[in-house]
Design a protein around this ligand. Sequence first.
Ligand SMILES: Cc1ncc(COP(=O)(O)O)c(C=O)c1O
Length: 456
Amino acid sequence: MHPQLAADLAALPDLLDATRKLASGVLEGLPDRAAAIPPPEPSFAPLPISGGGTRLALEEFARRWEPGFAGSAGPRYLGFVTGGATPASLAGDWLTGTLDQNPANGVDSTASDLERETVGWLAEMFGLGGEFSGAFVTGATMSTVTGLAIGREWLGERLGVSVADDGVAALGPVRVLSGSAHSSISKALSLLGIGRSALRKVPTLPGREAVDVAALAEELEAGPAIVVANAGTVNTVDFDDLRAIAALKERYDFWLHVDAAFGGFAALSPEHAALVAGLDLADSVVIDLHKWLNVPYDSGVQFTRRRDLQLSVFRNSAAYLGEIGENPDFMHLTPENSRRLRALAAWFSLVAYGRDGHQEIVERCVELARSLGARLSASPGWRLLAPVRLNVVCFTLAEDPTQERVDAVVRRLAEDGTVFVTPTVYDGIPALRAAFSNWRTTAEDVERVFAALEES
Ligand SMILES: Cc1ncc(COP(=O)(O)O)c(C=O)c1O
C-alpha cells in the first residue's frame, strides 16, 4: 500500500473528525455566508505527484477553494431553483459515500430495496399510484431524457418498429408538443436523436405560460406525438391543465410527459395541490429532489407507467449480470449502470421529517415568495411580471428595464452577497427571478433580500 494511504487508514477516525469540524464550521457560517461569490481568474495547481495525505488535502481545500464557494445551500440563494440540504439528508449523503453501495444490481446488497422503498414513498407523496415505477437519476434533465426515451419507444410501438433495436431513423419525423418547455427538453431531444427542431411550441393562454389546450388538440390532429406538459414553469411557475390535457387521450394518441421538476411539490400542500391534479394521468413524470426536497446534489427521480418499454430502451444484458427478472435491477431502467445510492439522502430526510415536514418547507417557501412579491409590488422601484403562483417571484425594474440595467442589478447583488437571484427574459422583458426552495429561509431573510434589492 502507498505509505500515504496506509498512514491515512491508520488515522481514519481522526481524519473524519477533522473533516466533520471543517463541515460544521461551514454549516455554522452558512446563514451569513455570501450567497454568491463571483469567481476570480482561476489559478490551477500542478498535479500532486507523491501526495500529502488527507490532512493536507483538507488544509489545501480550506485555503484555496472553500472560501470561494457560494452559500448556495444557504437561505438567501434564490437563483435558478436551488434547494439546500436538510440535516438528515446531509447525514444520509455522508453515509452514501461511506457505505459506497452500487444499487445498479440487487444481488449483493439490500441497497436497491432501500431505493425501491424510497421511490414508493415519493410516488405516494406525489399521488402516483402503484402502476408507476420509479428510479433515481441525477436530476430533472436525466429524468426527462429517460421519460422521453420511453416516449420515443412508445412512438415506435405505434409504428410497429423498435427504436431501441433499429435506431431513431426507423421512426421518421417526430413531433414533440409543448407550451413553455424548459430548456432541458431541447437538450434531451438533441441527445435522443429526435432533434431540437422536433419541439413545436404550442400557443399558450393569453398572458400565461400555460398551454392552450384547444391549440394543443389542433396540433394533435396530425397524428401520434409526444406532449410535454409543464407543471411549474421556471419563470412564472405556471401550470398546464394536466387533467384537460390527459382528457385529450380520448380523441388523440400521444405520450404524456410531465415536467414537474419542482412544481410537483405543490402536491404536498392542500392549498396548492389542485395545480398538479392529473399528474397521475401522465405516462412519464419528472421530479427533482435536489430542488425542493432539499437533498444534496445530485438527485432526481423518474416515474413511468410503461416499465416494459423502459426496459426495452435501457436493458443492459450480459451473461455475467444474470437474468433480468420480474423486478428488474436499476441498471436496466435508466441511462446509468453503476452509480451511487442517491436514494439514501432522500430516505433520511423522509424518515426524519416525514411528509408533514416537507409540506411545511413547501408552504413556508410559498409564503415567503408571496411576501417578497407583495413588498416589490408596493415599491415604486419594481414591477411584478406575473402573480406569485407558487415559489418564484418574477419581477423587473419599474423604469426602463433594459438588459443592461437588469444585468447591472444582478451583478451588484452578486457582489454584495446578501442575496443571489438570476436574470431571465419574460415576455420579451429583461427580468429577475427570486426562487424560494431552501428549507432554511425565513421571514427575516425576506427582509434582508428586500433591503438588498432596494439598495441595489
Ligand atoms: C421545470 C424544470 N425542468 C427541468 C429543470 C432541469 O433541472 P436539472 O438542472 O436538475 O436537471 C429545471 C431546473 O431548474 C426546471 O426548473
